[in-house]
Ligand binder design. Structure first.
Ligand code: DGL
Length: 268
């Protein structure tokens, strides 16, 4: 039996990471929890996000997951070191906005970062900027409402475009040549982002790097599945199964059944 990867996000955002993991590691079984009962995480307090992610991690381990991918920037910056302490036996892959590579590669010295409000408040994010982007002008925008638009499956509509334009136009007028996607929901709207910023601006999607890091950790633990036979993906939501099921072809390019679990007194 190949080793199962557990993945979590507030909703469908982590599916952008799942796509990349699937491409690189098709033989690895995955169990994914979308905490849609609590989406968006980006407007919540750190302690709340820690509580949710701790319980989801426990649930994923119960389902047989050996390695956990926190496929959510907000949860990673709020809770990753806490989760590592709570589950010392379990290796975690987490995310932080790719400010470092952006700062290293920018020619204009101006970089835009799109992430959630909560991510921008954390010490983890601010210390990344402090350490790696001292001499770069980092312009931030938390794209209010964008996560909800993507959860609804609206990747191309008027309101989604309005949110992105109002985030990106001011960045463009200040000379950005790079956009960092610091929220796992946002790669779903890369085509629209690229259309607004034009081909000269580079948009950094963190998903391939996270899939590589997952592969590295699996190899280190001798957990890498051999062969290229696709193994099972289990998708589980704490919210409504119908909405996510209907929109899956748009997110993943194929259909899957979605399982349901409910929160009860803080437990799954
Ligand atoms: N997908 C998440 C992230 O990467 C969280 C979005 C949200 O729930 O606010 O930050």
């Amino acid at each position: 039996m190949a080793t199962t990867i557990g993945m979590l996000d507030s909703g469908v955002g982590g599916l952008t990471i799942l796509r990349a993991i699937r491409e690189q590691l098709p033989g690895q079984p995955v169990v994914y929890v979308a905490d849609q009962a609590h989406v968006p995480y980006g407007v919540r307090q750190v302690d709340e996000v820690r509580g949710f992610t701790k319980e989801i991690t426990r649930f994923l381990i119960d389902q047989g997951a050996k390695l956990i991918v926190v496929a959510c920037n907000t949860a990673s910056v709020a809770a990753l070191s806490y989760l590592r302490n709570e589950f010392p036996e379990t290796p975690f892959v987490g995310m932080e906005p790719a400010v470092k590579p952006a700062a290293e590669q920018t020619k204009t010295g101006v970089v835009g970062v799109l992430a959630t409000y909560a991510t921008f408040q954390t010490d983890v994010y601010n210390s990344v900027v402090e350490r790696f982007a001292k001499n770069v002008n980092v312009i931030q925008n938390h794209c209010p409402g964008l996560v909800n638009q993507i959860e609804k499956g609206d990747l191309t509509g008027f309101e989604t475009r309005r949110i992105l334009e109002s985030a990106l136009r001011p960045m463009l007028s200040q000379g950005i040549d790079t956009v960092v996607l610091g929220c796992t929901h946002y790669p779903f709207v890369i085509p629209m982002i690229q259309e607004i910023v034009g081909p000269a601006v580079r948009v950094i999607d963190p998903a391939p790097a996270i899939a590589k890091q997952t592969q590295r950790l699996l190899t280190e633990h001798s957990w890498l599945a051999d062969g290229r036979i696709s193994s099972e993906i289990r998708l589980i939501t704490t919210g409504n199964t119908q909405t996510i099921e209907n929109n899956l072809p748009m997110y993943l390019g194929y259909r899957l059944p979605v399982e349901s679990i409910q929160w009860q007194d803080g437990k799954l």
